[in-house]
Design a protein around this ligand. Structure first.
Ligand code: C2E
Ligand code: CA
Ligand code: CA
Ligand code: CA
Length: 287
């Protein structure tokens, strides 16, 4: 049902009423939630497919709401984006995640791997409003310097839809960050208005294939159309010099298929669910 302002509560629809009240209460609590320390981060491991080792983790924000309990980002990120709170919240996420990455890099078993390959990376999601904020580059550089983290240990995830229609001026901040060595990942690739031709002009280093693509690979045998499709995207991405990360890998069969198709990195419940930072170390810091 539509939320048409004043007559919201006249609609005898318990579900939509509950949603309206919910939204109202969330909006009221949101501005102070950051100061009250109600947000926290979980991290989901990113696994290199060639040797099944940890290459990094994506920071995912959660809200411990005083009334509604634990809330996932889908419940409040759109609101935060709408109200503008996403800017301070996003900065807080970036600070936390970057500091966490420093701890991982300094860890004798996790950080020690940097010698044989690349540093452990932390992925941070950027919403459209953050992306278009004039201080993005300056703030990101400041946070990296404050924590003493090398730019190559940070990956910023932006959705393709946030970049659709962006002109060269609007892409400049991302390009600057990429030139500094920050990894830029195109998140949820393949959803919305994907435009393969568009890929060439975006300053991305990684393509994150959306979960919807991995779902078709779950059956035995996998849907041949999906196999062809994913294989084609991977080849194209590699030809453009992009790394491919797949999300939503839930089964061993999917993982095997995606490895065979040439995907570089994977993320999903098959490997690990999002978890507090300490668990990342406990599970993955093995010699
Ligand atoms: P996303 O960037 O696509 O993040 C991946 C989502 O898929 C996460 O949900 C994760 O828990 C879930 N997921 C991971 N593996 C699997 C799997 O194997 N199967 C299934 N079914 N799901 C899996 P989550 O944590 O609820 O995050 C939802 C979205 O919220 C994220 O989607 C991202 O767009 C947004 N988000 C999260 N944290 C932040 C943040 O700090 N800032 C901004 N701007 N957005 C955020
Ligand atoms: Ca993401
Ligand atoms: Ca994603
Ligand atoms: Ca997704």
């Amino acid at each position: 049902a539509k939320d048409s302002g004043g007559n919201r509560y006249e609609i005898a629809d318990p579900v939509s009423d509950a949603r309206a009240i919910d939204r109202h209460s969330l909006t009221n609590h949101l501005p102070g939630a950051l100061e009250r320390g109600e947000f926290f981060l979980e991290y989901q491991p990113l696994i290199r497919m060639s040797d099944s080792r940890l290459t990094g983790a994506e920071a995912l924000v959660r809200w411990r709401h005083p009334v509604h309990g634990l809330l996932g980002p889908d419940r409040f990120i759109p609101l935060a984006e709408h109200t503008g709170l996403i800017v301070p919240l996003g900065r807080w996420v970036l600070e936390q995640a970057v500091r966490q990455a420093c701890d991982w890099c300094a860890h004798p078993l996790l950080g020690g791997r940097a010698a044989d390959s690349e540093p452990i990376r932390v992925n941070v999601n950027l919403s459209p409003r953050q992306l278009h904020h004039p201080d993005l580059v300056q703030d990101t550089v400041a946070v990296l310097e404050w924590a003493g983290l090398t730019p190559a240990s940070l990956c910023l995830e932006v959705t393709e839809s946030a970049l659709i229609g962006a002109d060269e001026d609007e892409l400049k901040p991302l390009r600057q960050l990429a030139e500094m060595g920050v990894d830029i990942a195109l998140d949820d690739f393949g959803t919305g208005y994907s435009n393969l031709a568009n890929l060439r002009r975006l300053p991305a280093t990684t393509l994150k294939l959306d979960r919807s693509f991995t779902q078709g690979l779950q059956q035995h045998p996998a849907d041949p159309v999906d196999v062809t499709f994913v294989g084609g995207i991977v080849s194209l991405a590699h030809a453009l010099g992009l790394r491919v990360t797949v999300e939503g890998v839930e089964t061993e069969a999917q993982a095997a298929q995606l490895r065979e198709l040439g995907c570089d990195t994977a993320q999903g419940w098959y490997y690990a669910r999002p978890a507090p930072a300490e668990e990342i170390v406990a599970h993955w810091a093995t010699a």
